[in-house]
Design a protein around this ligand. Structure first.
Ligand code: PLP
Length: 394
């Protein structure tokens, strides 16, 4: 268990709960109750039933014959792209909405960048009949119209954040401000393994269904529970945390996290936090983040909105520092190439984020019998505008 959170909310030197005094009661209440609630039989039953009948789990583990040919290894794709709403994000929002109901909350808030987490949150709020307010930077509201329309159709109120660069960081600040003002009736659904303890641990537990399924699916298909390698992209790190979870203590399983290099790790236009970041505090936890010498957050850049985040979850900072997980990165161009390759070889259009994980295959020395699982975190529907533009520029 040396890679799990300790009783103080830390992964090694990273994690904790650095929140304003006004928020302390909310976070403390959550910390005291989350494990008891999510480990109760009644919660587990409802969570598992919804994952099955509402999300469509288990998501298939698909052996890709043609990618295996290309890369000279046994390549499997964990198909999170087939989930309801198109990515792994729904695993977490289902878990948190069930938790919020048991905490007696009547109102949900969330922040979103590209809108994927906002849509997944609005979706579960519609089903649960709870009020939903999503904060989104004004710039992102303009760039991600279709997701804004979806959230509104699902009954959510989308509030544009007008401060700073008017992107994700500013939306997060607004969400925290709202939570301070409505502490009793509101639950804040965070969308990745980030934020103050217990969020990173809670989100990782909800996403751990990914690696739990992989174990029996691999046993069925290869005769062994453990693959040789698992590859996942990292924005905040929730799909990677879920894909790695049940393999962390199996040190013979190679774990690979792939960050977005943007225009290149040293270009100044990047989101490869482990490579250019250092220790600091962001969104309530101590982790690695991209910052100036004065500790101001540097705007990240990636063509992929879901990876465009200036930090990584504290669990990943720890996994990076201890060397348990190998960190690679892929540029915009490399990811785009991977999008078109998977589409052509398998008839699967991946999300831009997931394409970063696929792009790592080219950077690894693979062996013929090596069993490699790539976590395909989402589908490409939301990225079609970008793909069409790229295709035309070629
Ligand atoms: C949001 C998103 C990501 C990045 O978030 P993580 O918390 O790092 O998983 C990756 N892939 C898809 C499809 C996403 O929507």
């Amino acid at each position: 268990m040396k890679y799990q959170v300790n009783e103080h909310g830390y992964y090694g030197e990273f994690g904790g709960a650095f929140v304003p005094e006004m928020l302390y009661p909310n976070v403390d209440n959550l910390k005291k109750k989350y494990l008891e609630i999510i480990q109760s039989d009644d919660f587990k039953q409802e969570f598992e039933l919804l994952l099955k009948d509402y999300v469509g789990r288990p998501s298939p583990l698909y052996y890709s014959e043609r990618m295996s040919e290309v890369y000279g290894a046994k390549i499997y794709l964990k198909r999170e792209d087939l989930n309801h709403t198109g990515s792994h994000k729904i695993n977490n929002t289902i878990g948190q909405i069930l938790l919020a109901k048991r905490l007696g909350k009547k109102r949900i808030i969330a922040e979103t960048g590209a809108g994927q987490h906002g849509v997944a949150t609005a979706t579960v709020c519609a089903r649960a009949g709870l009020d939903c307010v999503v904060f989104m930077g004004e710039e992102d509201v303009k760039r991600q119209r279709p997701n804004v329309e979806k959230m509104e159709m699902l009954g959510a109120t989308v509030i544009p954040a007008m401060s700073g660069n008017r992107t994700l960081k500013d939306a997060t600040n607004e969400a925290i401000r709202d939570w301070i003002n409505h502490p009793n009736e509101t639950h804040y659904i965070i969308g990745s393994v980030v934020g103050p303890h217990p969020y990173p641990d809670m989100v990782a537990r909800f996403q751990s269904v990914i690696s739990q399924e992989m174990k029996w699916q691999l046993m069925e298909q290869t005769g062994k529970e453990n693959p040789d390698t698992i590859i996942a992209c990292v924005g905040g790190g929730s799909n990677a945390a879920g894909a790695f979870y049940h393999f962390l203590d199996d040190e013979d399983v190679e774990l690979v996290a792939v960050e977005a290099a943007g225009l290149g790790v040293n270009s100044g236009e990047t989101a490869a936090t482990s490579q250019v970041g250092n220790d600091g505090i962001i969104h309530g936890s101590k982790t690695l983040l991209m910052q100036t010498e004065d500790g101001q957050i540097i705007e990240p850049y990636s063509i992929s909105a879901g990876l465009d985040y200036p930090g990584i979850g504290p669990v990943h900072a720890h996994l990076y520092k201890t060397g348990r997980v190998k960190f690679l990165n892929a540029t915009d161009d490399e990811a785009m190439e991977a999008v078109f390759e998977l589409t052509e070889k398998e008839g699967i259009i991946p999300a831009l984020e997931s394409a970063h994980a696929l792009a790592a295959l080219k950077k690894m020395a693979l062996k013929k019998d090596q069993v490699v699982v790539v976590n395909l975190s989402g589908r490409g529907d939301k990225d079609m505008d970008t793909y069409i533009r790229m295709k035309n520029e070629k």
